[in-house]
Design a binder for this molecule. Structure first.
Ligand code: ZN
Length: 133
């Protein structure tokens, strides 16, 4: 039996991170369906299951891997955004972030109230930064 399953799955996509995300989305929609638009949520759940099953058994592995890569790229973008945000929140008492007026690189500056002259470490541009609080 196990050999038959292995033989059947040979050359098929199987599970990946996007599959897991689809299942998580399914359970979120399942939870929401108890409170909001049960008919629409039910249709959405059916669609999610169809997509998940289709992706597992799909033989177009190249296309499925490309979809998974696009999904991971998006997830990493969101992760980086929140990582930056939490870093800035932690730095709030002691640091300020300003863009270089020449090359637009973001500089992490000490919080010195008033007008400060800054030299960009990337392009060497000198400019004034006003830190109010
Ligand atoms: Zn610069």
């Amino acid at each position: 039996m196990k050999e038959k399953i292995i033989a059947f799955m040979r050359g098929r996509n199987g599970t990946d991170q996007l599959y897991v995300a689809t299942l998580i989305a399914y359970f979120i929609v399942l939870f929401l369906s108890r409170y909001l638009y049960p008919n629409i949520m039910s249709a959405l759940m059916t669609l999610l299951i169809i997509v998940a099953v289709f992706r597992i058994f799909s033989k177009n592995i190249q296309k499925r891997q490309q979809e998974n890569r696009q999904y991971l790229y998006l997830v990493n973008k969101v992760k980086r955004f929140f990582k930056k945000l939490t870093q800035r929140m932690k730095d709030l008492p002691t640091k300020r972030y300003r863009k270089c007026s020449n090359c637009a690189v973001v500089l992490r500056l000490d919080r010195k109230i008033g007008t400060n002259q800054v030299v960009c470490p990337r392009c060497g541009h000198r400019f004034n930064v006003v830190i109010k609080w």
